[in-house]
Design a protein around this ligand. Structure first.
Ligand code: PLP
Length: 296
């Protein structure tokens, strides 16, 4: 069985014509071959959206949360709405085709398609995940970087698409390179008015006493599927959970902090702007175990 699989959707949205009339809803294609047009707006303008879904022993995790976020991102970009039944089927077929593994992932991409064509492009790509044991146990060094937008950017400037999972991740990649230049592994973005936001590919969670906190939505940041499950796990242990705006100083004073995301799952922050943070080894291990073995 292949260690990576590509399914190309014939009609990613019921609101637009199919690529081939009467053809199956999706077809498998060779992921190593060219499959996307050089004129596709996803490639030329980053004009599209994506999701990356963790798959644990063949089960897509937070599946419906990912799909609803996919739909919300499409609406933010005024893309034709994804036909979720077709996407669900293509994602499950991709997983079924993929070599069985404890941890893999499926990335779904929906673009505006070839300029002037009116038909969006959609595909699901599945592959085996890398090994994130070191990040999950030893933790990561993080630097805080100014994102340059106020924390209310989502309300004041919706055209910036803050909070949508768009393909325009060049800035997120640049921030990761800046972290590496500063001797760190990852980034936490801070708003221009001093509020803790999110990582370039992750959500911030921190613990103070018996409560887990996260910044929450409405701040121009993603509604994290992993954060939602981490909160569920914490509640099952009897911990409280809350959404709270935090300053960098509050984060540095936390009893523990994590960057949480699909695929890498829960990475404890062991150093924040050069300051050591305590690692909650037991809680971190419990969170990762819970996420690895989720049944949906
Ligand atoms: N924030 C950003 C900017 C992301 O790109 C991601 C995931 O890639 C997340 C947060 C975490 O989201 P999730 O836990 O749903 O993977």
């Amino acid at each position: 069985m292949p260690s990576h699989v590509l399914a190309i959707l014939n009609q990613p949205s019921a609101d637009a014509a199919p690529h081939e009339r009467g053809a199956a809803a999706w077809r498998f294609a060779d992921p190593a071959s060219p499959n996307v047009s050089a004129l596709d707006l996803g490639a030329t303008r980053g004009d599209g959206i994506f999701e990356t879904i963790s798959v644990g022993n063949g089960v897509p995790q937070a599946f419906e949360h990912h799909l609803s976020r996919f739909s919300r991102s499409a609406a933010a970009l005024e893309l034709p709405a994804p036909d979720l039944d077709t996407w669900r089927a293509a994602i499950l077929a991709t997983i079924a085709e993929l070599e069985p593994a404890p941890e893999s992932f499926v990335k779904t991409v929906l673009t505006r398609g070839v300029e002037g064509d009116g038909r969006p492009t959609g595909w699901a790509y599945g592959a085996i995940s890398g090994d994130f044991t070191a990040e999950r146990t030893a933790g990561i060094r993080v630097v805080m970087l100014d994102r340059g937008y106020r924390h209310d950017v989502e309300k004041t400037s919706p055209w910036l698409l803050a909070g949508a999972k768009t393909l325009s991740y060049a800035i997120n990649r640049a921030a990761a390179r800046e972290a590496a230049r500063r001797g760190a592994d990852d980034v936490i973005f801070i708003s221009s008015d001093g509020i803790v936001l999110e990582g370039p590919t992750s959500t911030v969670v921190f613990r103070r006493g018996d409560t887990l906190y996260s910044p929450g939505t409405g701040l121009g940041i993603l509604d994290g599927t992993t954060q939602a499950n981490v909160f569920r796990y914490a509640q099952s242990l009897g911990l409280s959970t809350a959404f709270e705006l935090a300053t960098p100083a509050a984060l540095k004073a936390a009893d523990a902090a994590w960057l949480v995301s699909s695929v890498r799952l829960v990475a404890p922050v062991r150093e924040l702007d050069g300051q050591q943070l305590p690692i909650d080894t037991e809680l971190t291990a419990g969170m990762n175990e819970y996420l690895r073995t989720l049944r949906d």
